[in-house]
Design a protein around this ligand. Structure first.
Ligand SMILES: Nc1nc2c(ncn2[C@@H]2O[C@H](COP(=O)(O)OP(=O)(O)OP(=O)(O)O)[C@@H](O)[C@H]2O)c(=O)[nH]1
Ligand SMILES: [Mg+2]
Length: 419
């Protein structure tokens, strides 16, 4: 089953917690703090894989979780790092944030890991908080808890050449004779339902050709198979436009050509503006090949005559394509401003009055404190109160009426303000 878009859920691993521990040894009194840091959580990594050409493995919107980091251990041992989660996708897969549509990554090159979402950082163990004055810190940090994200994967195949033409023009037949690909070929329209790729080799040069379903008038409005498949030739360097000239009495290749040009333009101007080679196929069916002049004149361009069925003109076409490609810049990654998820703003703080004598503090600064402060530890709690004061939070509360004996609420804890 071919699928070129998919939705997935990913969650990088949480950071492990730092721990509180004190060195204990026989005959050694008052050993120092030795609680280790938490390990970092695993990241979500995408890898382009040349052997995959569809997103069908993601059809049931799977969820991928990287491993959480391990908690710190005694003897200042850092917790185990969580393993990264590697997701293999076809080269040319664009990874987007579902909600905003922002592009996180273009998985373009094969076998190069792309770190798309970082795991949470591990928290510090109590040994990290020891100073000359604070010899025995009884607190440690929690690891960063990561969020699950909903992503969209979109496959924009990477090929040098895109084959376009009406259904039945012989695109798949052409691909089958210029490469080792075996696309389905049949004497009826819309044989090709999904894109096919083939590698063409000629004179020590090779290039990738994409064969897509045939286009018809109104493809941009969804007629026929629609123009969705044009996504797969959006980044090609060159278009090969195939005309069926085998029976010009029954159909008009000139009109067909112009129809497809219109549909390309409606889909994307940059696609329509790509260099193009016009190819007249099925010349074996012509009793008089002089008619080909008519097309060359109508298009004011050369028209390469071939028969995909007898392979007449095929080697010449392979060479013409190669020489044109050699003068074009290589297929490029999309240019985009990478989307990044907003990190919590550690300076963000909101104070509000809840009742006559209770106040709530919220915002990114409090989330960060919830990771760093152990309220049951006197020293940690004192540090917390001091930093609330130093950061001007107490002042803000006073501005809205905080007085001695009032309750201050932060996340799910409450304490009394004693001035
Ligand atoms: N006589 C003759 N028949 C050809 C030639 N090329 C293709 N055909 C025939 O044309 C029919 C359509 O060929 P396909 O390659 O399936 O056409 P297509 O453009 O891929 O069609 P869709 O996938 O439906 O868009 C088949 O019956 C082929 O055998 C040719 O050069 N000469
Ligand atoms: Mg086909």
């Amino acid at each position: 089953m071919f699928l070129d878009t998919a939705t997935i859920y990913v969650k990088p691993g949480n950071g492990g917690n730092g721990i509180v521990s004190f060195h204990r040894e026989k005959y050694v009194q008052n050993g120092g703090p030795d609680g280790g840091n938490g390990g970092n959580g695993g990241s979500i990594i995408f890898i382009g894989d040349k052997s995959i050409n569809t997103l069908s493995q993601f059809r049931f919107a799977p969820k991928f979780c990287a491993e959480n980091g391990g908690n710190g251990e005694k003897k200042k041992m850092t917790g185990k790092s969580g393993s990264d989660l590697k997701i293999r996708v076809p080269c040319g897969t664009i990874v987007k944030d579902f909600a905003s549509g922002g592009i996180l990554a273009d998985i373009f090159h094969p076998d190069i890991p792309v770190n798309v979402l970082l795991g949470g950082k591990g928290g510090k163990g109590n040994s990290q908080f020891a100073t000359a004055i604070r010899k025995a810190p009884g607190f440690s940090e929690l690891g960063v808890v990561t969020k699950e994200r909903k992503l969209i994967l979109e496959l924009k195949t990477i090929a040098d050449v895109g084959l376009v033409g009406f259904p039945n023009a012989g695109k798949s037949t052409l691909l089958s004779v210029i490469s080792a690909a075996h696309p389905k070929i049949a004497d009826y329209p819309f044989t090709t339902l999904t894109p096919n790729l083939g590698v063409v080799s000629i004179d020590d040069y090779s290039y990738v050709v994409a064969d897509i379903p045939g286009l018809i008038e109104g493809a941009a409005d969804g007629n026929g198979l629609g123009h969705d498949f044009l996504r797969h030739i959006e980044r090609v360097k060159l278009i090969v436009h195939l005309l069926d000239v085998g029976n010009p009495d029954l159909q008009n290749p000139i009109e067909n050509y112009l129809t497809i040009r219109r549909e390309l333009m409606r889909y994307s101007e940059s696609l329509a503006n790509l260099p193009e080679i016009i190819v007249a196929n099925k010349i074996d069916l012509l009793s008089d090949q002089s008619i080909l002049h008519v097309y060359a004149e109508a298009f004011d361009d050369i028209v390469v005559p071939i028969s995909a069925a007898t392979t007449e003109g095929i080697t010449a076409l392979k060479r013409i394509i190669a020489s044109k490609l050699k003068n074009l810049p290589p297929v490029k990654q999309f240019e985009f401003k990478p989307f990044t998820y907003k990190e919590i703003d550690k300076t963000d703080v909101t104070v509000e009055r809840e009742t006559e004598d209770s106040f709530r503090i919220s915002g990114g600064m409090m989330d960060e404190y919830s990771r760093k402060v152990v309220l049951s530890d006197d020293e940690s709690f004192r540090w917390f109160q001091r930093s609330l004061r130093d950061n001007g939070v107490i002042e803000k509360l006073k501005d809205i009426g905080l007085k001695q004996g009032d309750t201050i609420k932060i996340l799910d804890v409450e304490f009394i303000y004693e001035g």
